[in-house]
Design a protein around this ligand. Structure first.
Ligand code: HPA
Length: 288
């Protein structure tokens, strides 16, 4: 039989070996700086970074100091891995995430999620700012993500599988934990918070959608649309973590008037809705 050397596969294999090593190096670095054995990971979306200012942060490591970590460049993100305790639970918080539109590869986007896994995280709480294509949703509303559609976002699991983290073909029939979603609705009742439950559509950005694209997203079954979350969720599910995600509606995609959507408006709407999200996340953490 002829020996077969496929340079592409070989490079890919080496790249993945390297990736596991990089993840381990980043994790060891973090653990040497501070180790509270976190079990809950939190990712704060655009304009939603204040959650951590309500907690006593025990330790904070700027992303730039962590080997192999990408560095966040977007306004509204502080770019640090923070450690805190809430109600006896140890948390690791990403104040600022990495977006595909910033030019990071999907593997870079999910790098911190995998580090969280190696740190011991079992449950991830995600938040994001999103546009709505649902007629009942208003700016400032919270939408618990029940499912997602990956729309033009490249899958972060492409390439050789990281066997140490998870299977080649992960099941995605329930990426967002049903149990955590029902917990959220029970909590919302107690807190007198109004929650929707909907489908998040992940796009690459950085353009907001055209009117025709918002219509298409509605047509294919999306309720909100945003530029993050999907790749992170895929990596978390691959690695066997539970995911709970909430979108804050920051703009209305399908509308009659001629107004445009700006990043400033998105940040402002997120800021205004943030206290509701913080209350929900705190109660969720207490109940996990
Ligand atoms: N589209 C995509 N991403 C977003 C939006 C939107 O309307 N709002 C906030 N992030």
């Amino acid at each position: 039989m002829q020996a077969c050397f496929n340079p592409y596969l070989w490079r890919n294999f080496l790249g993945m070996m390297d990736m596991m090593q990089q993840l381990q190096e980043a994790t060891e670095f973090v653990q040497k700086q501070y180790n509270n054995n976190p079990t809950i990971g939190i990712i704060l979306g655009s304009g939603l970074g204040n959650f951590s200012s309500e907690l006593a942060i025990d330790f904070s490591i700027p992303y730039a100091k962590i080997p192999h970590f990408p560095v966040s460049t977007v306004e509204g993100h502080s770019g640090a891995l923070q450690f805190a305790q809430l109600g006896g639970k140890n948390l690791v918080i990403m104040a600022g995430r990495f977006h595909f539109y910033e030019g990071y590869s999907p593997a870079e986007v999910v790098f911190p999620i995998r580090v969280m896994k190696l740190l011991g995280v079992e449950t991830i709480l995600l938040s994001n700012a999103a546009g709505s294509v649902h007629p009942d949703y208003q700016v400032g509303d919270l939408v618990v993500i029940k499912d997602h559609i990956s729309f033009f976002q490249t899958n972060p699991l492409l390439g050789k599988n990281l066997e140490q983290l998870g299977p080649r073909f992960p099941d995605m029939s329930e990426p967002y934990s049903k149990q955590l979603r029902s917990k959220a609705f029970a909590i919302a009742k107690e807190l007198n918070l109004h929650l929707h439950e909907g489908v998040y559509t992940g796009v690459t950005g950085p353009t907001f959608e055209t009117r025709a694209e918002y219509q298409l997203i509605k047509h294919i079954g999306g309720h909100v649309v945003g530029m993050s979350t999907v790749q992170e969720t895929i990596a978390a599910v691959h690695a066997g973590m539970q995911v709970f995600g909430v979108s804050v509606v920051t703009d209305i995609g399908i509308r009659e008037d001629e107004n445009t959507i700006t990043h400033e408006e998105v940040l402002q709407a997120a800021k205004e809705a943030e206290p509701k999200l913080t209350a929900l996340f705190k109660a969720m953490i207490a109940n996990i």
